[in-house]
Design a protein around this ligand. Structure first.
Ligand SMILES: Nc1ncnc2c1ncn2[C@@H]1O[C@H](COP(=O)(O)OP(=O)(O)OP(=O)(O)O)[C@@H](O)[C@H]1O
Ligand SMILES: [Mg+2]
Length: 109
């Protein structure tokens, strides 16, 4: 099951995401939480300390390729398992969390 949470600024997206993922993980489900906010703070909302820094998944894991019909497709250059083992953090209740994007400097968004 994939659940996407979106909405306007400050409406509780991160709080709901952290609460929902921890509830699902406590029920024994394997949970991968991905923070897609360019100013990410899901790892803190999940209970990881203020000193914990996550390395954001680099853009190079996705490549734009054309198929035989000339249709552009975005494909992963590595496996999900490799991405999770390299960039995933273990959070309380067994949630695994990835920071999917981050804007580090002007013009990088
Ligand atoms: N159900 C709630 N009742 C009261 N306050 C809440 C509730 N849910 C979230 N908040 C508070 O509202 C504020 C915004 O919540 P949150 O950061 O989860 O929103 P967001 O949609 O992720 O914001 P942003 O768009 O900045 O990423 C926080 O201070 C949070 O503690
Ligand atoms: Mg948020």
């Amino acid at each position: 099951m994939k659940i996407a949470i979106s909405g306007k600024g400050g409406s509780g997206k991160t709080t709901i995401s952290a609460t929902l993922t921890r509830i699902l993980a406590r029920r024994g489900l394997p949970v991968l939480a991905i923070d897609g906010d360019p100013n990410p703070n899901l790892i803190q909302a999940l209970g990881l300390g203020p000193g914990v820094e996550a390395e954001a998944v680099p853009r190079s894991v996705v490549e734009r390729r054309e198929d035989e019909a000339g249709q552009a497709r975005h494909v992963l250059t590595t496996t999900i398992e490799d991405i999770v083992s390299q960039y995933g953090l273990k959070a309380p209740d067994g949630v695994t969390v990835l920071v999917g994007t981050r804007v580090d400097h002007a013009g990088a968004g």
